[in-house]
Design a protein around this ligand. Structure first.
Ligand SMILES: Nc1ncnc2c1ncn2[C@@H]1O[C@H](COP(=O)(O)OP(=O)(O)O)[C@@H](O)[C@H]1O
Ligand SMILES: O=C(OP(=O)(O)O)[C@H](O)COP(=O)(O)O
Length: 394
């Protein structure tokens, strides 16, 4: 990476404003998935070991510029403290005199967590005044929030204009792994794109066609492609205004010699839910009143073969509605194929794909699980990430 990292600068005795992505799922005031907290530990531990005063900042949820009680970071501070095995103080604000006074009392190696930065309207607007207020708290800025690197906000981008700014270790690792995968991919290189966000992901597909040998489409977004080939898709998910684009991508794949895989059979349901009647049908036989909610057994076999014969696979988005057991087989088959393909480097991006891999207990069999969904997609699309661009060059 051409950006300075925390290892390129002297941090001893310095007040370090470290932006992390602690946007973790919570239920009843408890953190329910601590993956992102664990992922930030190497940077936090490095900074404390080096004698920095570590001031952590994060967003949680989308409170829209005002304080929302359920979105305070207090439970995160508690969990972080347990994981670090040391006291983590938490302030009720993210800047200002009370926060400065608290920082005054910090010793080298201490860790402080600021309140949710999105409680302030200026955060998402990238307000320069708020960025300055954050910068006043510290001597150095470290951005370790890969999951929020695609956002140009006061704590991810603005602040970097007011302090020496370097990347954290997680940020560096994410960019290295994804960057290597895309710039000098081991071949055959396969991308698997699923999920439901057709609008978000269609741009990625175009960019990936320039790079991959195989492109596998599954999940809800597959049916816009299926429809573009003239098949009826019943009540399956459809993005009407993307049909022509989908068709053009299939043509582009042919021109480029990219193998383009779509479902050949699907699990259809007469209702959305565990109680639905289901059956497996060929792709050209989806009944008008039914909805395709998973890829079928023949498709699973084909996708499995492609995965097994690949050296590098990036996977974003589930193959079906995996949250319901009836429609989880396709996603499970892909996850299992990746787990079994020991010679294949597997990169998982996207909250739901990561959750699926966790659900099937296969997370430790994947080569890299990215902490950023939107961020990894934008990176793969070839877009610059504002939170990275703003950091000091090497
Ligand atoms: N065939 C389908 N029809 C409707 N929804 C689907 C289908 N396949 C997958 N999904 C849904 O897509 C959601 C995940 O999509 P998305 O947010 O795009 O993925 P990710 O978070 O991995 O990027 C899941 O909740 C899943 O239930
Ligand atoms: O969870 C996140 O995004 P992701 O679900 O795309 O990985 C990041 O914390 C960014 O959050 P945001 O999409 O509210 O800016």
């Amino acid at each position: 990476m051409n950006k300075q990292s925390v290892k390129d600068v002297d941090v001893k005795g310095k007040r370090v404003f470290c932006r992390v992505d602690f946007n973790v799922p919570m239920k009843d005031g408890q953190v329910t998935d601590e993956t992102r907290i664990r992922a930030a530990l190497p940077t936090i531990q490095y900074l404390t070991e080096q004698g920095a005063k570590v001031i952590l900042a994060s967003h949680l949820g989308r409170p829209k510029g005002q304080a929302v009680e359920e979105l305070r970071l207090t439970p995160v501070a508690k969990r972080l403290s347990e994981l670090l095995g040391k006291d983590v103080k938490k302030t009720d604000e993210a800047y200002g005199e009370a926060v400065k006074a608290e920082i005054e009392t910090m010793n080298e190696g201490d860790v402080l967590l600021l309140e949710n930065v999105r409680f302030y309207a200026g955060e998402e607007k990238n307000d320069p005044e708020l960025a300055k207020s954050f910068a006043e708290l510290a001597d150095l800025y470290v951005n370790d929030a890969f999951g929020a690197a695609h956002r140009a906000h006061a704590s991810t981008e603005g602040i970097a204009h007011h302090l020496p700014a370097v990347s954290g270790l997680l940020m560096e690792k994410e960019l290295d792994v994804l960057g290597k995968a895309l710039s000098d991919p081991e071949r055959p290189f396969t991308a698997i794109i699923g999920g439901a966000k057709v609008k978000d992901k269609i741009g990625v597909i175009e960019n990936l066609l320039e790079k991959v040998d195989n492109l596998i489409i599954g999940g809800g977004l597959a049916y816009t492609f299926v429809k573009s080939q003239g098949h009826e898709i019943g009540k399956s998910l459809l993005e009407e205004d993307k049909i022509d684009l989908a068709k053009s991508y299939i043509e582009k794949a042919k021109e480029k010699g990219v193998n383009f895989y779509m479902p050949v059979d699907v699990v259809v349901a007469d209702d959305f839910g565990e109680q639905a009647n289901t059956k497996v049908v060929a792709i050209e036989e989806i009944p008008a009143d039914w909805e395709a909610l998973d890829i079928g057994p023949k498709t699973r076999e084909i996708y499995k073969d492609v995965i097994q014969n690949s050296k590098l696979v990036i996977w974003n988005g589930p193959m079906g509605v995996f949250e319901l057991d009836k429609f989880a087989q396709g996603t499970k088959a892909v996850a299992q194929a990746l787990a079994d393909a020991s010679d294949t480097y597997s990169v998982i991006g996207g909250g739901d794909s990561a959750a699926a891999v966790e659900k099937f207990d296969l997370a430790d069999k994947m080569s890299h699980i990215s902490t950023g969904g939107g961020a990894s997609l934008e990176f793969m699309e070839g877009k610059a990430l504002p939170g990275v661009v703003a950091l000091n060059d090497k």
